[in-house]
Design a binder for this molecule. Structure first.
Ligand SMILES: NC(=O)C1=CN([C@@H]2O[C@H](COP(=O)(O)OP(=O)(O)OC[C@H]3O[C@@H](n4cnc5c(N)ncnc54)[C@H](O)[C@@H]3O)[C@@H](O)[C@H]2O)C=CC1
Ligand SMILES: CC(C)CC(=O)C(=O)O
Length: 364
């Protein structure tokens, strides 16, 4: 991969490679844009097939965080980390401590949290070395695991999408096909089951599927069959790029709304679902509940305040759908415009010189 060519294309600020032989740490921190503030985004641990695949994932996820944080109205930029390894077998405490020291070395330009393959316990280990970590144990006044809050935001966002597609936001009787029943999706199933939605689930992990079948009476299907099921809502809650050339004509849902990051393999797929009349809730808008929750830690965590902000995901999506209809553009383009407007406004305001505490004159 031509790394600088790739970074230049989407204007990435920084890519940091972290290697610690004794613990086996191999991590890549990608910082996309810090115009709005320090880059906040989770750490994913995954069994990447190649280093290029890991770099690409870090870069794509970091850029997504720039847009997510901007669209959520947070004064935060976008960044993300990937750790190369199997989260089930390759973790050790020293690995996360070493990673924490690398984060500390960035002196606040990047703040981390959980993502696929990492836990509150891992964040606590990082916290032994740096304060630039969120989603640590609630005992220390922190917000803990962001997944249930992400799920709540996705549930609210799904209701907004139902309002757009059906003129009512009730999900009672609607069939939701859920791909990946991990941390976020299991909590999402709880909300949906309570409201009377019918659930079809799949996962590459059989135990996760069984858990959802037992708890919510969900119907289980094989991983590849999830695209073919009759349903009103397709909820991608595993990894990215599942709306692609192979799946796009198989999806029967009227709505695509789920927690996964980077759901569209490429912009082209967002255009096609728009033309098909599918209501797509842009991933980084609907799944921003977790980052909204952990970001609240940066000002002294207040659960009530955080949840109130998470509920605004409903209104943000209604606004995205309105812009999409008004300007006849796909919803992913409408969301990008909303986020870019915020970033540009801040970038432009920087042209005015303001004395701040870092300036030499303020320290005389
Ligand atoms: N945890 C959070 O607060 C947030 C998570 N997200 C995104 O939501 C998605 C899910 O996150 P988590 O629930 O935290 O992760 P998780 O690792 O707990 O759950 C993901 C599940 O997907 C399954 N899976 C992986 N590949 C699959 C496939 N091909 N078919 C079916 N199932 C498959 C895994 O076995 C696992 O059970 C990820 O894309 C993540 O980046 C986004 C925002 C916040
Ligand atoms: C898990 C969140 C706290 C942050 C993040 O990385 C995301 O929203 O994807």
């Amino acid at each position: 991969m031509e790394i600088f060519t790739h970074m230049e294309k989407y204007d990435y600020e920084q890519l940091v490679f972290c290697q610690d032989k004794s613990s086996g740490l191999k991590a890549i921190i990608a910082i996309h844009d810090t115009t709005l503030g320090p880059a906040l985004g989770g750490t994913r641990m995954w069994t990447y097939q190649s280093e290029d695949e890991a770099i690409e994932d870090a870069l794509r996820l970091a850029r997504g965080m720039t847009y997510k944080n901007a669209a959520a109205g947070l004064n935060l930029g976008g960044g993300k980390t990937v750790i190369i390894g199997d989260p089930k077998t390759d973790k050790n405490p020293e690995m996360f401590r070493a990673f924490g020291r690398y984060i500390q070395g960035l002196n606040g330009r990047y703040i981390t949290a959980e993502d696929v393959g990492t836990t509150v316990h891992d964040m606590d280990l990082i916290h032994l070395e740096t304060d630039f970590v969120t989603g640590i144990s609630p005992e220390s006044g922190s917000s803990g695991n962001p997944s249930p809050v992400t799920a709540y935001g996705v549930y609210k966002g799904m209701k907004a999408a139902a309002m757009e597609a059906y003129g009512t936001d009730s999900l009672e009787g609607k069939t939701v096909a859920i791909q990946g029943v991990g941390n976020v999706a299991y909590a999402l199933c709880e909300f949906l089951h309570k409201e009377g939605a019918k659930l079809i689930v799949t996962d590459i992990n059989k135990q996760s599927v069984e858990r959802a079948v037992e708890a919510f009476g969900a119907t289980a299907v094989d991983p590849d069959d999830i695209y073919d099921v009759e349903c009103e809502i397709y909820a991608p809650c595993a990894l990215g790029a599942t709306v692609n050339d192979d799946t796009i004509n198989r999806i029967k849902a009227k709505i695509i709304a789920g927690s996964a990051n980077n759901q569209l393999k490429s912009p082209k797929h967002g255009d096609i679902i728009h033309e098909k009349g599918i209501v797509y809730a842009p991933d980084y808008v609907i799944n921003s509940g977790g980052v909204i929750n952990v970001a609240d830690e940066l000002v002294g965590y207040n659960q009530q305040r955080a949840m109130k902000k998470v509920e605004t995901i409903y209104d943000s999506l209604i606004r995205v759908f309105e812009i999409s209809k008004r300007d006849n553009i796909p919803t992913y383009v409408a969301a990008d415009r909303m986020a870019e407007e915020r970033i540009e406004a801040k970038r432009n305001s920087r042209s005015q010189f303001l004395l701040n505490e870092h300036h030499i004159l303020s320290r005389r």
